[in-house]
Design a protein around this ligand. Structure first.
Ligand SMILES: O=P(O)(O)OC[C@H]1O[C@@H](O)[C@H](O)[C@@H](O)[C@@H]1O
Length: 306
């Protein structure tokens, strides 16, 4: 970390923030929020929330100690925004796939530079909005025109993300997406996810077999599933619980790379799979969304205490 300042973005007037300031971390610009009640860090690249914690608490998000903060490189940990497609393009429904012109997973939003739109501060909350105009600048990888606007709301109760997509193109937009939340655990083998116990899911590791969940989700090796549920989930770890409450979502991805995949994963220590899991608030697989010209859809998650 280096070079902390109050450098304002062009769209906002200087000196108006009490708790928010610019910093350069690695090679990337970030907003650091140091509020008396909580702290957070958002990178402009990817509108990527890398840290959040109420004061005197450990970080609520997992961030790899090998994460690299470089232009064009996805940050391993925190909450990457997968948009305007989730996962492998080839595994997306044809309507989503037909706009994608690359093999790269998880869309381009997580490595694109977003624009700061607004910072609102109060004694209890900080709200920060960023936008990405996905126009012809992205024509190498995607055919469409859409606006993504994300608003982060931080308080001592937790953090909320609301990602609104508006189709600016004259033809209907089909897209998939996820708020790819990385969470810490002290022991993945003693971690479980509650709230998906009556849901069906696609197991991407069993040739995309369609399965039924019964009871809590446990982890005993690599796990990569798309659940057909947007119901609240509770993540119980040996050191505490978190509750994720979604809006605009009927799919939830649960992922842990396990030892073998971890060994080949970028910016990821070989043994880190023991101490993290991802629970991703999504519009994935059959839950992709379609917007006509001018229509919007909001995908959101509130990460709070149990
Ligand atoms: O390495 P990436 O592109 O950040 O993806 C990480 C994981 O993201 C998850 O959402 C997918 O379900 C996994 O299949 C994937 O491995």
């Amino acid at each position: 970390m280096s070079e902390s300042s109050n450098r304002p973005p062009t769209s906002l007037s200087p000196g108006q923030w009490s708790f928010t300031r610019w910093n350069t971390i690695g090679q990337l610009e970030a907003l650091e929020i140091h509020h008396p009640l909580f702290r957070a860090i958002i990178f402009l690249q990817g509108a990527h929330l890398a840290h959040f914690a109420p004061q005197d608490e450990a970080d609520w998000l997992w961030l790899s100690n090998r994460a690299r903060f470089e232009p064009g490189r996805a940050i391993r940990g925190g909450i990457p925004i997968c948009w305007p497609w989730f996962g492998d393009p080839a595994k997306n429904p044809p309507e989503v796939r037909k706009r994608i012109r690359t093999d790269a997973a998880h869309g381009f939003a997580r490595t694109a530079l977003w624009k700061l739109e607004d910072v609102q501060e109060s004694a209890h909350e900080v709200e920060i909005s960023l936008s990405l105009d996905a126009n012809e600048d992205f024509a190498d990888t995607w055919n469409g025109h859409a606006l993504a606007l994300i608003t982060f709301s931080f308080s001592v109760r937790g953090c909320q993300l609301a990602l609104t997509t508006t189709n600016l193109d004259s033809s209907p937009l089909s897209f998939s997406q996820a708020l790819h939340t990385y969470l810490p655990t002290t022991d993945i083998t003693r971690t479980r996810v509650l709230g998906l116990g009556t849901s069906n899911y696609t197991d991407t590791l069993k040739d995309w077999a369609y399965c039924s969940q019964e009871g809590p989700v446990y982890f005993d090796g690599e796990t990569d599933r798309i659940y057909e549920s947007g119901e609240p989930v509770t993540i119980v770890t040996p050191s505490g619980s978190r509750k994720l409450t979604a809006v605009g979502s009927d799919s939830t991805v649960v992922w842990n790379p396990g030892p073998d995949k971890a060994a080949g994963l970028s910016d990821f220590p070989d043994t880190a799979w023991k101490n993290m899991l991802c629970v991703e608030t999504a519009n994935a697989a059959g839950d992709y969304r379609v917007l006509n010209e001018g229509q919007s859809h909001t995908l959101g998650v509130f990460i709070g205490r149990k």
